[in-house]
Ligand binder design. Sequence first.
Ligand SMILES: NC(=O)c1ccc[n+]([C@@H]2O[C@H](COP(=O)([O-])OP(=O)(O)OC[C@H]3O[C@@H](n4cnc5c(N)ncnc54)[C@H](OP(=O)(O)O)[C@@H]3O)[C@@H](O)[C@H]2O)c1
Length: 208
Amino acid sequence: MKLLILGATGPTGRHVVDLAVEGGDTVTVLARRPEALDEPAGQVNVVAGDATSHSDVAKAMVGQAVVISALGRSRSVRADDLFSRAAAAVLGAAKEQGVSRLVWLSSFGVGDTYRSASAAQKVMYRTFLRNIYANKEISERAIRSSGLDWTLVYPTMLTKGPARGGYRVGERLPMKGNPTISRADVADFLYKAAHSAEWIRRDAVITD
Ligand SMILES: NC(=O)c1ccc[n+]([C@@H]2O[C@H](COP(=O)([O-])OP(=O)(O)OC[C@H]3O[C@@H](n4cnc5c(N)ncnc54)[C@H](OP(=O)(O)O)[C@@H]3O)[C@@H](O)[C@H]2O)c1
């Protein structure tokens, strides 16, 4: 499969790249810091650029079948409009290039998923994650109304732990306390969702 991965230098994106290379996909990444990539030269096609730039995303989009986004703001609590701007660039370029499948990593607590959050989670989402979540919500409204075959993925708090494989996935999952999931397991789901029709036009909440 011809796969474009955004956020490939981030901790979740790196796992997705590894899975795609191991799985034999033809992998392209769009990275603003290509020197931070782990993969040896030749294993992935690298397009240097910014995910909020329509022209950079359009260059990387040529010939792709599926886009996976693991974009994020790392430790920042300010979105800086990353998600809304990247979604606009990705949706525009995907339509121009006839790419229909998009798997987009969000965060549990964004949009309608907030309603099934626990009291402890709601406190975090309303306080220090508020700005990031508001911008994620804008991006997701655009994705839902795009006509693309999207999947929106809502993990709970991420850890650096290894892939365990026993995570739960559902359109709605009731929460207690503040559950976690490893980035390696999230990457496993992103990769599998990109290779299957099961989660097309559905929200996927995932947690241990
Ligand atoms: N932390 C949690 O507990 C948690 C829970 C649920 C969901 N999430 C979400 O999961 C996602 C992934 O998080 P993570 O911690 O694995 O990754 P992260 O550290 O946020 O990594 C972000 C990735 O996005 C890239 N990026 C950011 N802005 C970009 C731009 N303008 N153009 C191109 N690339 C850009 C970064 O590139 P550079 O290397 O160049 O910076 C990096 O590759 C995020 O959306 C996060 O909100 C996090």
